[in-house]
Design a protein around this ligand. Sequence first.
Ligand SMILES: Cc1cc2nc3c(=O)[nH]c(=O)nc-3n(C[C@H](O)[C@H](O)[C@H](O)COP(=O)(O)OP(=O)(O)OC[C@H]3O[C@@H](n4cnc5c(N)ncnc54)[C@H](O)[C@@H]3O)c2cc1C
Ligand SMILES: C=Cc1c2[nH]c(c1C)Cc1[nH]c(c(CCC(=O)O)c1C)Cc1[nH]c(c(C)c1CCC(=O)O)Cc1[nH]c(c(C)c1C=C)C2
Length: 476
Amino acid sequence: MQRTVAVLGGGISGLTACYYLARIPNAPKIILLEGSGRLGGWLHSTRTEDGAIFEHGPRGSRPAGAVGKNTLLMVSELGLEADVLPVPGDHPASKNRYLYVSGSLHRLPSGIGGVLRTVPPFTRPLLWSGLRELAAPRGTQPDETIHGFVSRRFGKELADIAIDSLCRGVFAGDCRALSVRSCFPVLFEAERRRRSVILGMALGRGKGPPLDSALSRRACDERWSQWSLRGGMETLPEALQDFLRQRGVEVHCHARLQHLERTAAGRWQIALEDGSVSADHVISALPARALAVLLPGWAEPLAQELRGIEAVAVGVVNLQYDGATLPIMGFGHLVPSFEDSSLLGIVYDSVAFPEQNGTGGPSVRLTVMLGGAWFVQGFGDPAAVPQAVLLSRAKEAVRMHLGLSAEPSRTIVKVLKACIPQYTLGHWRRIETISHYLEQEGLPLSLVGASYKGVSVNDCIYNAKEAVDQLLGQAQ
Ligand SMILES: Cc1cc2nc3c(=O)[nH]c(=O)nc-3n(C[C@H](O)[C@H](O)[C@H](O)COP(=O)(O)OP(=O)(O)OC[C@H]3O[C@@H](n4cnc5c(N)ncnc54)[C@H](O)[C@@H]3O)c2cc1C
Ligand SMILES: C=Cc1c2[nH]c(c1C)Cc1[nH]c(c(CCC(=O)O)c1C)Cc1[nH]c(c(C)c1CCC(=O)O)Cc1[nH]c(c(C)c1C=C)C2
């Protein structure tokens, strides 16, 4: 009898898991169960009638490394090359990133000059932090907060200003709680292998898997810092969905999952509000906490670990200003937590992707990101915050930081609840406990998605591919 694999959750992780499964010869029967009315999860783009694009989740992806190359390979396989909008290395959005400190914008230092000179808001040249790092002893702890790790190796100022901001601009999180081992494994491993992060990074890690494509070679030649898609990042889940439908994957939206149980024959019985589905194997691409509530009582040790993986809310406010110009050109700016804890940063979307401005004449498109690990403290319950509060906070920030005081011509406000998982201190141990449990119990269950081993779009895609490879390896 043909095997059945049920994939829970139709975000980029679930769609990717289905994609890699559906491509193999003699693919199993694949059933994708998504709770909401649309696929794509946080990849969500609004397209206006005049052709402008507003991203509510990711607005780009990085081409670098094995994970970046793998995504570009998938983009090529899906026939999306012509839709790719690259940001080449010499573009202002690649070269310029800013910090908003003490009421003004500071360009982050880059190049040799930037390292040798004192560049505000820092009080010493970055060279000083680099020399300190080269001399610092190897850490001895199995994990450390990102702030602790960077303070110990590079000095407190870099941790307080640059790393605090970076963690807000990637995890919407607090570097004093996040784990270096799980959030930046490359840095952690570099110190382990070579004693110094700088040495470890410079000496590299050897060759990764061969995932090259013409697109990733172009990205390398043109030194892209990131790329998007002409119709927005949601084009990617849309193309995956088309592919899956052509391959006969059963895609069910509005699938209200109630409960998972195992039958005496060792199959999964997935109870839905209006029926049930049986499967030989389940791939969960749900947020960890959403899976925890579905598990049967006997899997409580697993549910307990899953419940420990929290996620924070982000207020995403898209703004368009017709006929305006920005005082600076770059990717955007971040705000360190000591400056304004609940305002994370502002992305200058129209600089990186002017192709997505639409036909309505020159305009500035910005996205203000609010809250994250400071959401409740700054705005209260994410389920109850009035949109007007977030909109007025965002407009005020744009006026103060960028001098745009006219009323925006278009505004979209979204509250993304529990959207970015937080890999806090000891997350690695949780992941190990979970995988030992699955192995020991021999459960036909794979866990993919942003809750576990990387939050970026690239990580989600790569980890879903690895989980499918592992499942197919087991099946042989
Ligand atoms: C504001 C923001 C900006 C970001 N920017 C970037 C960026 O610039 N670059 C980058 O690489 N990454 C970025 N990310 C991260 C990246 O977009 C996400 O980590 C990634 O999309 C997560 O995908 P996923 O499929 O694992 O999870 P999700 O997108 O959360 O998908 C999970 C799916 O499961 C469904 N679901 C949940 N519960 C149930 C249930 N009980 N029953 C059935 N279905 C259920 C959901 O509806 C959803 O469709 C950003 C994220 C956010 C929120
Ligand atoms: C201000 C909040 C946020 C901004 N983007 C995100 C948040 C929470 C989410 C996010 N941004 C990136 C990733 C993927 C990381 C990866 O490994 O590819 C995620 C989940 C990319 C990113 N954005 C910034 C940096 C430094 C990075 C890391 C990769 C890279 O160097 O490109 C900076 C940044 N993000 C935001 C702003 C305003 C900003 C500022 C300059 C928005």
